[in-house]
Design a protein around this ligand. Structure first.
Ligand code: NGF
Length: 288
């Protein structure tokens, strides 16, 4: 399960329906061009929190059907509706996904006992392994070392997708839990996280920048820090432009220049203006 995973985009049509052909093209591009080790399906980048349960299932099915056993698949099933999360966990396990992941429950201020119960409930009666999805900037949920340790006591919880700039906590986690899988979540911090010996990374920009990300990770693992830093610099030039222009929209527009029908974003996200679309195409020309 180690390595680089693309946080997969989904292609939607103008009405917000899943565009099956476009989704299959995004999957193929990631496998054949970006050459990532796996896909993280229905995460933030997949606009998961904007779609229905039926659409989530549709996407899980299409991706598994397109991938087969070519690369590893992690299914993000976390939801504020715990029955939905449990149902999706069973659904993807039956489909043959390699692991599940679940975002920490957000919006309401859940205490740690509630968070722990959420994970244990999702895993009840389902024969799979789970990766915690920790993204405090979006969820407001900050867990400390001891709390991660308590969650990790459940042997089915095999790791964490760590999307935070807290490198002190990341180092402490790595040191305390050498046998758990730690994935870096911020692509602009991949080199720094790799130096701390993470097992892999999961990122949105890998949809278009997967090759550079792989180089950063591999070079860092081999101790070639100067070379890795050069590539992280180019990567961050790109990420800075993408973030300024509109994250998911810009990645979609860049994919379109490569013949991949990445479609539209779902409301309430707004589409790119023509000016920003032109900028995205320029970025594709320069970086892809
Ligand atoms: O998109 C976000 C929101 N974070 C992603 C990634 O952590 C999300 C990150 O790649 C993800 O894995 C998922 O889709 O579930 C950033 O987009 C990237 O580093 C640019 O900041 O924070």
């Amino acid at each position: 399960m180690k390595g680089l995973y693309t946080a997969l985009m989904c292609s939607f049509d103008e009405q917000g329906n899943v565009n099956e052909k476009g989704l299959r093209e995004i999957v193929r591009y990631n496998i054949e061009v970006s050459e990532v080790d796996g896909l993280y399906v229905n995460g933030s980048t997949g606009e998961n929190f904007l779609i229905s349960t039926e659409q989530k299932k549709q996407i899980f099915e299409i991706v598994k059907d397109e991938v087969g056993d070519q690369v590893k698949l992690i299914a993000q099933v976390g939801s504020l509706n715990i029955e939905e999360a449990s149902d999706l966990a069973k659904f993807v396990t039956d489909l043959g996904y390699d692991a599940i992941s679940a975002v920490t429950p957000f919006y309401y201020k859940f205490d740690f006992e509630e968070i722990k119960d959420y994970y244990n409930t999702i895993l009840e009666g389902v024969d799979t392994q789970l990766i915690i999805y920790s993204i405090p900037a979006l969820t407001g949920v900050n867990m400390n070392l001891e709390q991660f340790g308590e969650l990790f006591e459940n042997e089915k919880i095999i790791g964490v997708k760590f999307t935070a700039p807290d490198f002190f906590l990341l180092e402490r986690l790595r040191h305390a839990f050498p046998d758990k899988l730690i994935y870096s979540g911020f692509d602009e911090m991949l080199l720094s996280a790799s130096v701390l010996n993470v097992d892999g990374a999961i990122g949105s920009t890998f949809n278009v920048n997967g090759k550079r990300a792989k180089q950063i990770f591999t070079l860092a693992q081999g101790g070639k820090i100067d070379e890795a830093r050069e590539i992280q610099k180019v990567t961050n030039d790109l990420i800075e432009e993408i973030l300024n222009n509109g994250l998911y929209q810009t990645i979609k527009e860049m994919l379109k220049t490569q013949g991949v029908n990445a479609g539209f974003v779902r409301k309430p996200m707004k589409q790119l203006t023509e000016e920003r679309a032109i900028k995205a195409r320029e970025l594709a020309k320069k970086y892809l």
